[in-house]
Design a protein around this ligand. Structure first.
Ligand code: G
Ligand code: G
Ligand code: MN
Ligand code: NA
Length: 254
């Protein structure tokens, strides 16, 4: 409860910031999009998202917080695109945000006011949000996709109904969970599973992003598997907007 009050104040006092983690095309090493990641500096103390996102969800504060992140990130990415950098934005969503009143309209407004094209925005959801009592969630995500917004399944492979979902919800992208990528080259089963997910995704016509790439051998194997895109500390860490500025039109050395 104390945290809830602090969160509310943090929102008013603008203590939140957004970092962006580059996602590269593994064939060219070019940055094709960035994932927005919320950060909270409570005074000089950094509070990890794992600590405040749950309470923000429980109290409903995730709705105004998520809306701020959406508008701010759309604006910043639209500015990079204005200097003719063809870059996209990925945003994490929580279940409560999607079912909040006017969610679809809010996304439409954020796109309109920033000038970001719908096709440059990818909304990341986890499988759990699409399982039980998820009719409203799926309906709204489908409406957004009809507008041209892309959908991604985050942490793919860790949920319960991965394959059923791919049928239920028209998605564009799957993001392979780091727990698979971590074992690439060292664990035969995880290596096999990663290869299988890459193939499955491609057979379904999806963009496949590998997350949590930390070691060169993982990167090397993913490239050889033909995985489309990659993200992880080896490629680039999450960074403030001005860090992204300096990446514009350069290829990362991966
Ligand atoms: O960036 P980091 O590893 O600290 O993120 C931790 C968790 O917080 C991840 O699961 C990520 O998806 C989630 N997260 C980060 N930013 C946002 C956000 O803006 N909205 C939501 N709903 N979750 C986020
Ligand atoms: O759940 P989601 O995939 O949205 O989580 C994204 C989080 O993963 C971000 O908070 C980011 O800081 C973290 N992350 C990104 N790349 C790596 C990595 O290579 N290793 C680890 N351990 N975490 C990472
Ligand atoms: Mn994510
Ligand atoms: Na993930």
């Amino acid at each position: 409860l104390e945290l809830a009050a602090d969160l509310q104040r943090a929102l008013i006092e603008q203590q939140f910031a957004i970092e962006y983690q580059p996602i590269v095309d593994l064939a060219t090493s070019r940055v094709t999009s960035v994932e927005a990641l919320v950060r909270w500096w409570r005074g000089s103390v950094f509070v990890p998202p794992e600590q405040f996102l749950g309470p923000a969800e429980d109290t409903g504060l995730i709705v105004p917080l998520g809306e701020w992140i959406l508008r701010e990130a759309c604006r910043e990415v639209a500015a990079w695109r204005a200097s003719s950098w063809d870059i996209g934005l990925s945003l994490n969503l929580s279940a409560r945000q999607i079912t909040a009143p006017r969610f679809v309209e809010t996304v439409e407004e954020a796109l309109a006011e920033s000038g970001l094209p719908a096709s440059a925005l990818t909304l990341e959801v986890i499988e759990e949000m699409l399982v039980e009592d998820a009719e409203e969630t799926i309906k709204r995500l489908s409406e957004l996709r009809a507008l041209g917004v892309r959908l991604a399944i985050d942490d793919f492979g860790t949920g319960y109904a991965s394959l059923a979902f791919l049928r239920q919800l028209p998605v564009d992208m799957i993001k392979i969970d780091p727990s698979f990528v971590s074992g690439l080259g060292t664990d035969d089963t995880l290596t096999l599973l990663t290869r299988t997910i890459v193939r499955l995704g491609h057979d379904l016509g999806l963009i496949v992003v590998a997350e949590g790439i930390e070691r060169p051998e993982q990167l090397d194997l993913l490239k050889r598997m033909g995985c489309t895109k990659g993200q992880g500390f080896l490629v680039a860490r999450p960074m403030a907007a001005r860090g992204v500025d300096s990446l514009m039109r350069t290829s990362l050395t991966v």
